[in-house]
Ligand binder design. Structure first.
Ligand code: PEP
Ligand code: MG
Length: 539
């Protein structure tokens, strides 16, 4: 028996033969051309056909992977229409006088590489999307049919990496699990695997060699372990685990639609963190009682210029409508540090995590802030919204931000634009300073939400982006727990609620501690909701 360790991308257990994915993919040669106009026309036509294929896929796969996920193909379509994608390719055709296949392969690979080198995990994962659209055009140019070829028998499918459209088109009855050399937890391929319930493990590296093809294997995708030619004892152990996982999921389902109440009767608000309208749909699906953190900066990060008031208004409105009467806490712009958008033209800083970011940008660029606040207030007429300011460090920061909100309300009222004037305004506690002066901030806030990701980074002086010091990044550190306790106590003394919206909120091992501290809310990723509701009920 050989044991290989990878990284879990979608939990579950699978048993079967390893089968390397046969791709119906065209090979790419560098071919010189003489008729430039004709080659550019070939590229143009292939691009149009690719767009038609994507429309078709989006419609066909909506049932299988969910309408919100099928929207990925609309995103691919937009990428295919983006000058940042098209222009480098047409330049290669023109300058090097080469065939479109070669130009798409070269231009697409460069752009994919640029994405792969980005710091942000989400942007990094977009690299596979660029690869996917390029492969689609190359196949069209070469007349090769699109789609994965899973072959005859059900098996554990292996590849260097799976593209999102390959995963979305997988035949669930044939694909027992997916394993790959590369991959990222945040890639759409991994997201689809989780949505479709396909166990998946990524990152085996070169150990996942082609000579494993045809070998019997057992996969513990929850732990990321692949057993090749497994011993009977391992098979038995994993079968038991498989039964237990199934049982556990059925148990979580019993908590759907129920309130979240601890053993001694404390009611907890169990909310979801979202970054888009699609995530709001997932929050409803996951049975979230509200949205505890809407990371509004997604709107800014996915566009090439400042999103205007209308665009923002529409997005907030859609999220609010989707959540019905459930609360939706919209966090105002938290750009800067690891979340960069080039058009902000932020100064190059030695230490961006401690630089011009989040509320500091909004306070120094009030027009930008006002546009967002206007959009939020206008959208507030369509649901149960609240506003939350990130990175508040002092009472002065908070007062200045609230003053700008007051100006926005006055202007909207003067123009007789409908909005809710009494939206709760809360703050994130994500610096040690804010936790230490929580008593002062509580007098000016309607609620607190603790951003443990940043609170940990700033308290322990560990850069949250730096993998090489992850062993020193202990979010269970007594200092963090004490700061959470201080903020909660100060909130309660002032008669307001306090929750956590950082990743620590979903830490099952701390639920008892959180309840002892007296936290009122936890905002987590939607799929964790039912499980946490069950754990809270037992503590
Ligand atoms: C946090 O810092 O914990 C938080 C929720 O905000 P973000 O992760 O978006 O910085
Ligand atoms: Mg933060």
């Amino acid at each position: 028996m050989i044991t290989l360790q990878g990284k879990s991308a979608s939990g579950g257990i699978a048993f079967g033969k390893i089968s390397f994915l046969k791709r119906s993919s065209a090979s790419v040669e560098k071919r010189s051309i003489t008729d430039l106009a004709a080659e550019l026309q070939r590229f143009e036509e292939a691009r149009n056909t690719a767009c038609e294929q994507l429309d078709d896929l989006s419609e066909r796969l909506a049932d299988k992977i969910g309408a919100e996920n099928a929207a990925l193909f609309e995103m691919h379509r937009m990428m295919l229409q983006d000058p940042d994608y098209i222009e480098p390719i047409t330049e290669i055709i023109k300058k090097e006088k080469v065939c479109a296949e070669y130009a798409v392969n070269t231009g697409g690979s460069r752009l994919a590489q640029d994405f792969a080198e980005m710091d942000d995990e989400y942007m990094k994962a977009r690299s596979t999307d660029v690869y996917d659209i390029s492969r689609r055009i190359i196949n069209i140019l070469a007349g090769v049919e699109d789609g994965p070829a899973e072959g005859g028998d059900p098996g554990i499918f292996a590849a260097d990496d799976f593209t999102p459209s390959e995963t979305a088109q997988m035949d669930r009855s044939k694909v027992l699990a997916m394993i790959s050399k590369q991959g990222s937890y945040n890639s759409h391929s991994s997201i689809f695997a989780r949505n479709m319930g396909i166990p998946a493990v990524i990152g085996f590296g070169e150990f996942l060699s082609a000579d494993l093809s045809g070998k019997e294997a057992a996969l513990d995708a929850t732990e990321g372990v692949l057993y090749i030619e497994p011993e009977t004892a391992v098979i038995e152990k994993l079968k038991k685990k498989q039964d237990a996982i199934l049982l556990e999921k059925q148990e979580w389902e019993q908590f759907r639609g129920k309130p979240t109440v601890s053993k001694n009767g404390k009611k907890i608000k169990l909310y979801a963190n979202i970054g888009s309208v699609k995530d709001a749909e997932a929050a409803v699906e996951g049975d979230a009682e509200g949205v505890g953190l809407f990371r509004s900066e997604g709107l800014y990060l996915e566009s090439n210029d400042y999103p205007d008031e209308e665009t923002q208004f529409e997005t907030y409105k859609q999220v609010l409508k989707c959540m019905g009467d459930r609360p939706v806490i919209i966090r105002t712009l938290d750009i800067g540090a690891d979340k960069q958008a080039a058009y902000f033209k932020l100064p190059k800083e030695e230490n961006p995590a401690m630089g011009l970011r989040a509320i500091r940008i909004c306070l120094t660029r009030p027009e930008l802030f006002k546009t967002q606040l206007r959009a939020i207030y206008r959208a507030s007429a369509f649901g149960n919204a609240a506003i939350m300011f990130p990175m508040i460090n002092s009472v002065n920061d908070l007062k200045r931000a609230k003053q700008i909100a007051t100006i926005v309300r006055t202007e909207l009222a003067a123009k007789q634009i409908p909005f809710k004037a009494d939206l709760p305004i809360g703050i994130m506690i994500e610096t040690p300073a804010s936790a230490v002066i929580a008593d002062l901030l509580a007098k000016e806030s309607d609620f607190f939400s603790i951003g443990t990701n940043d609170l940990t980074q700033y308290t322990l002086a560990v850069d949250r982006q730096n993998d090489s010091i992850s062993e020193f990044c202990d979010a269970h550190h007594e200092a963090i727990l004490r700061l959470i306790g201080m903020a909660t106590e100060a909130a309660h003394k002032a008669g307001i609620w306090c929750g956590i919206c950082g990743s620590l909120g979903a830490d099952e091992t701390l639920i008892k501690t959180f309840l002892d501290i007296g936290l009122d809310e936890l905002s987590v990723e939607a799929p964790a909701i039912l499980k946490l509701r069950k754990i809270i009920s037992e503590n």
